[in-house]
Structure formats: C-alpha cells, structure tokens
Design a protein around this ligand. Structure first.
Ligand code: MN
Length: 414
C-alpha cells in the first residue's frame, strides 16, 4: 500500500477517492496536464524538509522520486528543497523537465508507477517555493495609479509626469516574503495625519491589501548587460500571485520623497505554486494601446519584433470568504517584459530567485479594484484582526481549458 494511503482503503481504490485514480482528473480541472505548477511540499512521511512537487488536480507529484523512478537526466536539479537549481538551469532545461513531467502524468504506460507518487494536496504542507533574491514591486496599472494619485495627491495630477515613459518601481524586502497561509502580524509604526500636530506610534489602523501578479527570475544575467524585452522568456521561469500587504497610514507619512518602506516591508505573501510561463501561452494578449511613444528599449508596438507580453489573468479577491473584487491583469499598462527590460537597462544584473511584482492590479470598473484603498475611496474600513484575505486566479489555457494559479491566503493577527 502506498505510504500516503489513508487507513482502511484498499490498494485498488487508493489513492483516489471513490475509486478514481488521481491521474483521472474531473472534466475541466484547472490543474490539468496543461498547467503543472511547481512548488515545495512535505508530508508526515518526510516532514523534515520540503521537496519539489508538481500539482496535478488535488494531488502533488513527488518529483524527485519520479525522476529517480524514470531515471531522468534532470535528477540532480530536481532533488533540492527549493526550486532554485531548476530555475537557474535555463529555458531548454525547463522545457525538457516539463516534457518529462507531461509524459509521466499522461502516458498510460506509466500509470502504475506514478499513482503511488501522487500525494493528496490536503495532506501536504506547502513551503516557500524558492529562495527569494531581490524583490521589486512595480506600479503598472494605469487605473490603480490614477486612483491612488487622486487620493494621495488630490491637488496635483493623478499620474506623475514620468508614469507613461517608464515602469515605476521600488525595491521591497526579499527577506519578509512569506508563503501563502502564513499569518500576517499587524505592523506598528509612525503615522501622522496632515492635521495632527506630531506623529504617533502604534499598530496600523489602515492595513490594506494589494492584489498582484509576480514574476520569478530563473536564469541570471551578466552585470553591465541589459536584458531586452525579446529575451524575457529566456530569463523568467514562472508566475505567482502576490499580496503586497500595505499599512496606508505608515505609508502616507513615510513615502515622500523616497517611496514605500516600512509600510510595506513587514510581510509580502506569495502563492505556494509557481505557474510555468509555458503554461500561459494561450493567455498571451496585447497590452492596452500606448498613447505615448516609448524609448526603443521599452517600445513594444511592433508584434513582429516583440511578441505580445500581456497576460489575460482573471484575479478574484475575497475577504472572509466574500468576493470583493475581480481585477483583470489584461488591463495592465506595462508588461512584465518591459519591467524586466527597464530593471536591467542600467546594467543591473538578474539573480536566480529575483521576484518582481506587477503592482496592484486594478481595472476600469468599480468591481475591478485591487486594494481597499481604492474600493473605499481612501475612507476605509480597512482590515480587522482575524480577517482572512484570499487571492485566486485563472487564465485561458489551450482548447478552452483553464489554467488555475495557486491561491495566496493570509490572516491578519494582532
Ligand atoms: Mn504593491
């Protein structure tokens, strides 16, 4: 009997429920063979440290054991307790591993060998999937930037003069990126409303969320050499969901003139699953029309030169189980390929594990706003202790299928 089989089930019916093999997915399962997201998991059978897993339906494939079973040439890259070795190996290896995974999970000849290597997701503990190197957060939604500009700078132009010329970003704190499910302690800090005579210290009274999509760098680059937009897929391994928790009262007092700092750095939640870029091929779309000419390194107006780098990802934001917004990633003005090009145009190099997030995803409609700041017009209410925020998302896959993205969940604690 496989080690993970619940007691009382016969080997014939295990490990699927109702006698169904875990390899036989329900019709339309968003974690089917076109998806194959990577994560790091452990179970009671191997609790000490995580190993690489690939999600398949409601199961997790034990990848290192599968690689040994099938004598994969990639065994050494798949044996660690993070995805970093695989991520650093580059796109030809990513494609090779993905082809092997597809074969293991879909070739009828492999069923008997693979079924015992699928662990129920409900019995797995998921870990931060890679060691985060540098973390950058952008500000790429025109709708979000306009809404925030009106709230924070009511007397000025909503968009700053640089906004349509470069993707604005700031460096966040890589060491406080946490995996989905990690509780988030309400941060304390300084705040001072404009009418207050002096700053006060205490727990944030305006704790907010930012629903974002994040891109994970796999293959590094050389310092001094820019990475052009057309090389995006050679460097970016995959995509996550991200919640950029934000203390608006701390942020409003500290952010001038150098940008976000302690109002953001206390915690950033990341999905446990990294969706491979290749799983999102059917979701690629053109970004919104550009109304300013861009400098050559950012120009993406000719699809013959730069393939469309927008992504049709549909996000859903819930608080305590109630959906409060459905932000469309398709509405983002700046693409991840432009962000990567901008991040390196000065010669800054990429490291394996670099994480860059899109900025809050907001669309043009009132039910498409990715932060409570925008949803409530800056007036609140914001998050209470005990509130649980969950971001989920899906994207179109091949032949009308859906590609599910791993959720990012977090509960606020006092
Ligand atoms: Mn953000």
């Amino acid at each position: 009997m496989p080690e993970h089989t619940p007691q009382g089930q016969s080997p014939q019916s295990a490990p699927g429920s109702n006698g169904r093999s875990p390899l036989d997915l329900p019709e339309g399962d968003p974690f089917g063979p076109g998806n194959l997201p990577y994560g790091i998991f452990s179970t009671v059978d191997f609790p000490d440290h995580g190993r690489i897993g690939v999600r398949y339906g409601e199961y997790v494939l034990d990848v290192p054991t599968a690689a040994r079973t099938f004598d994969s040439v990639y065994q050494d890259l798949l044996g660690g307790d993070t995805l970093n070795a695989l991520m650093s190996a580059g796109r030809p290896v990513w494609q090779g591993v993905r082809a092997e995974l597809t074969g293991w999970l879909t070739d009828p000849a492999h069923r008997a060998a693979v079924e015992p290597l699928l662990h129920p997701l409900a019995e797995a503990t998921l870990h931060l999937p890679f060691e985060v190197a540098d973390y950058v957060d952008f500000y790429a939604s025109e709708h979000h930037a306009t809404n925030v500009g009106k709230i924070f700078r009511p007397d000025g132009d909503a968009l700053t003069p640089n906004w349509k010329h470069l993707p604005i970003g700031y460096h966040g704190r890589a060491g406080t990126v946490v995996v989905s499910g990690t509780p988030v302690v309400r941060p304390s800090g300084q705040r001072k409303a404009p009418a207050d005579p002096a700053p006060v210290f205490g727990p944030s009274q305006r704790l907010d969320i930012e629903a974002e999509v994040a891109f994970v760098v796999g293959a590094p680059s050389v310092q001094g050499r820019a990475v052009p937009q057309r090389d995006f897929r050679e460097h970016v391994f995959g995509v996550c969901l991200l919640n950029d928790w934000s203390a608006r009262d701390l942020q409003a007092w500290e952010y001038v003139p150098l940008g976000p700092f302690l109002g953001k750095s206390f915690a950033t939640s990341l999905s446990a699953w990294v969706t491979p870029l290749d799983a999102l091929d059917a979701a690629r779309i053109s970004p919104p029309p550009r109304d300013h000419a861009l400098l050559p390194y950012l120009d993406d107006s000719d699809p013959e030169v730069i393939e469309p780098a927008g992504l049709d990802i549909r996000i859903s934001v819930s608080v305590n189980g109630e959906t409060i917004a459905e932000p469309p990633f398709s509405a983002m003005y700046w693409t991840a390929a432009q962000q990567l090009a901008h991040m390196t145009v000065n010669g800054a190099s990429l490291r394996t594990g670099d994480l860059f997030a899109s900025g809050t995803v907001s669309g043009p409609e009132p039910d498409q706003l990715g932060s409570l700041l925008e949803i409530t017009g800056g007036k609140g209410p914001y998050l209470q202790d005990g509130d649980e925020v969950v971001l989920t998302a899906w994207a179109p896959g091949p032949d009308g299928s859906r590609i599910g993205m791993g959720e990012v969940a977090g509960r606020v604690t006092a």
